[in-house]
Write a protein that binds this ligand. Sequence first.
Ligand SMILES: [Zn+2]
Length: 166
Amino acid sequence: MGLQDSRSVSSCYMDGSSISAGLASIKTGLDILKALKDAGELAEEAANQYRLAELLGVLTEAKLAFIDAKEEVLEKDREISRLTELMEMRDAMVFESPYCWLVKGDSREGPYCQKCWEHDGKTIHLVDSSTAGKWWCPVCQKNVHDENYTPKAARPPRRASRAIRW
Ligand SMILES: [Zn+2]
């Protein structure tokens, strides 16, 4: 990495690799400074000792600022990935009454709860019940019936038990 790098020099955005490069430069500066200080020649005069200590403090602060910036960039990258994934999912989610499917090429995944997706952006798999065509959302607790569902016939009224005559 260097000035020949293809990235724009005027760009305000620092990505993770440029921050890492900055951190490496600061670490090198700190190492050189410590070596100079240990050699003792530069640090003989009190004024030089003060300047060296000041420089060490400034470089240490810069190092900490770079570490913070790197964490911020990583956090933003994670947020961008999350939003990109959500946008891709919005394009791929198809509503086929009464539920949604996530279409990926020739395959599709689901079904998902339409209410949870459209209200909260959550992809909640519907749970297949033992009754054909009847699905249940574990989050919004809603039942969904598709075309395979046949409502049970109303129960015949219970026959009044015959009174036992003795
Ligand atoms: Zn739901």
